[in-house]
Design a protein around this ligand. Structure first.
Ligand SMILES: O=C(O)CCC(=O)C(=O)O
Ligand SMILES: [Fe+2]
Length: 414
C-alpha cells in the first residue's frame, strides 16, 4: 500500500449536475466545482447528481445499501482537470508497489467518482479484477472536509488505516490524498460521520511491457556476465504473505501474483527456484543462511562459535553472503568450514512471512539473548557466467544438507 497527501494545488472536477440523478446529455446542466474550495452547497449538488453506487458481486453489479452506501458518477459524466500524468503518482506507485522487473509501465484507468456523504460506507470487500493485467486500485481523495470515512486495508492479519479526513486537514496546503493497493487486499470504508468524502478510483493495469516479459527480464539478468560471475544464488523477497508452518512445501502451490510469476518465469528458463527461510545474522549484516524449513532453534547456550549461521547450517542450510554492498567483508564464524555462497538480492526481502525465535547465543565472548529473524524468499542457484545452467541442483543441496545434519547429530550425541 502507498498512501500520502500529495501536493497538488486546486484539484478541480467539472461535473454535469442534475437533480434527477443520471444526466442525459441533452438535459445536462454543466457545473464546475473547484474541489479545492468547494462550498457545502456545491458538494450537496454533487451528491444529488450521483447515482447510488453498486459493487461487483460474482460478475454482477449489485445495489445493496446495507453493504455499500455511497454516490457514484461514471467517467462519461464528468471531466477532471486533474491529469495523473502531470503528477508523479504513477512513478510513486511503481516505486513502492512494484518490484524488480514489474517496474514498468502502469496504466491507470479512471473508474468512478464517488461521494461518501454523512452515513456512507463500504463494507469489507476485495475489488473485482477487470482483466488479467489488473493488479490493483488507486483511490484519490479530494480535499473536501470530512470526518470518518477512513479506509481500512487488511492483509493476513495486518491492518493499515488511511484516515483521509484527518490527513488532508493536517496538510498545510491544498492537497489530495491517495492510496494504492493490490487487488487481493481486503478493504473497507468506515462510515462518514460528517462532511463529504469525494474520491476518484482508478483501476491499475500492467502496461504491455509489464510482467508478461518477466521471462525476458529474468533471462537478461542472468545473461549479464558481471552478475555473480562465478555463479551463486539470486534472491527474490516474496511480495505476498502465506501461512507458514514448519516446512515450506505447501507454499509452492499457494504462490500468488508477482511471486507466482517470478517462480514460473525462472522455471521456464530451466533453473530451479526454491523457497527458503533466510535467517539473518545481525552481527554480520551481509551474511545469512538459507534453510528449507523453519528452524526449531535450540534453547540454551551453546559452544563459543555457535551463531545463527552455524545453527542454520547444521540444519542443512546454505550460508550465503551478499556479494555487494555494505558489510560484505566480515567473516562468518570459524566453525563454519566452507566459503559462503555469493548471493545477490534481485527484489528486496520483505517481512510479511517473518519467523522469529528467541535464543541465547554467543557473540564475541558474551552470551546474550537474541531474537532470530527468518524471512521467506525464493532463491535460485545459477552457474558461472557463460555456463549458467550448470548449477548445483536443489536435490544435491538437500542431500549435502541432510548429511551435514546427520554429522552434527552424531557430534552432539542426539
Ligand atoms: O473510497 C475508498 O477509499 C475505497 C473505495 C472502494 O473500495 C471501491 O470503490 O471499490
Ligand atoms: Fe474497493
Amino acid at each position: 500500500m502507498v498512501n500520502s497527501a500529495a501536493s497538488i494545488t486546486n484539484p478541480q472536477v467539472t461535473a454535469p449536475l442534475s437533480p434527477f440523478g443520471k444526466v442525459l446529455p441533452s438535459l445536462a446542466v454543466i457545473t464546475h466545482i473547484d474541489l479545492g474550495n468547494a462550498t457545502l452547497d456545491e458538494l450537496e449538488q454533487l451528491t444529488r447528481a450521483c447515482e447510488p453506487a453498486t459493487f461487483g458481486k460474482n460478475r454482477d453489479d449489485v445495489l445493496d445499501e446495507s453493504y455499500r452506501k455511497a454516490g457514484k458518477m461514471d467517467p462519461d459524466c464528468f471531466s477532471l482537470m486533474l491529469d495523473l500524468s502531470q503528477t508523479n503518482l504513477k512513478k510513486t506507485i511503481c516505486d513502492y508497489l512494484l518490484e524488480g522487473t514489474q517496474k514498468k509501465d502502469i496504466i491507470a484507468e479512471q473508474y468512478k467518482l464517488n461521494v461518501y456523504s454523512e452515513g456512507s460506507f463500504f463494507k469489507p470487500h476485495v475489488d473485482t479484477p477487470r482483466g488479467d493485467k489488473m493488479f490493483g486500485s488507486l483511490v484519490i481523495v479530494f480535499p473536501t472536509s470530512h470526518d470518518g470515512g477512513a479506509l481500512h486495508l487488511r492483509h493476513l492479519g495486518h491492518e493499515w488505516i488511511f484516515d483521509s479526513g484527518q490527513a488532508l486537514a493536517a496538510e498545510g496546503q491544498t492537497s489530495i490524498g491517495y492510496v494504492a493497493f493490490f487487488s487481493d487486499i481486503e478493504h473497507e470504508v468506515a462510515p462518514v460521520i460528517s462532511g463529504h468524502r469525494v474520491t476518484l478510483t482508478y483501476n491499475l493495469y500492467f502496461g504491455d511491457s509489464g510482467p508478461v516479459s518477466m521471462n525476458d527480464a529474468v533471462s537478461a539478468l542472468i545473461e549479464d556476465p558481471e552478475l555473480l560471475a562465478n555463479g551463486g544464488t539470486l534472491g527474490f523477497g516474496l511480495r505476498h504473505g502465506y501461512p507458514i508452518t514448519d516446512d515450506l512445501k505447501h507454499v509452492y502451490s499457494a504462490l500468488k501474483g508477482s511471486d507466482a510469476i517470478v517462480y514460473q518465469s525462472i522455471r521456464a528458463l530451466g533453473f530451479e527456484p526454491a523457497l527458503y527461510v533466510y535467517y539473518h545474522d545481525w552481527s554480520k549484516l551481509s551474511l545469512g543462511v538459507l534453510v528449507n524449513k523453519v528452524v526449531d532453534f535450540p534453547k540454551g547456550i551453546f559452544s563459543d562459535d555457535d551463531d545463527v549461521l552455524t545453527l542454520g547450517h547444521d540444519e542443512g542450510g546454505i550460508i550465503v553472503r551478499q556479494s555487494s554492498g555494505w558489510g560484505t567483508g566480515r567473516a562468518p564464524s570459524p566453525r563454519f568450514g566452507g566459503k559462503p555462497e555469493p548471493m545477490e538480492w534481485v527484489t528486496p526481502m520483505r517481512n510479511f512471512n517473518r519467523q522469529q525465535a528467541d535464543v541465547s547465543l554467543w557473540y564475541g565472548n558474551e552470551a546474550s539473548s537474541n531474537r532470530v529473524y527468518g524471512d521467506v524468499c525464493l532463491a535460485v542457484r545459477i552457474g558461472k557466467a557463460g555456463d549458467r545452467l550448470a548449477f548445483t541442483t536443489v536435490a544435491e543441496q538437500n542431500e549435502a544438507g541432510r548429511k551435514r545434519q546427520e554429522e552434527r547429530r552424531k557430534w552432539r550425541g542426539y
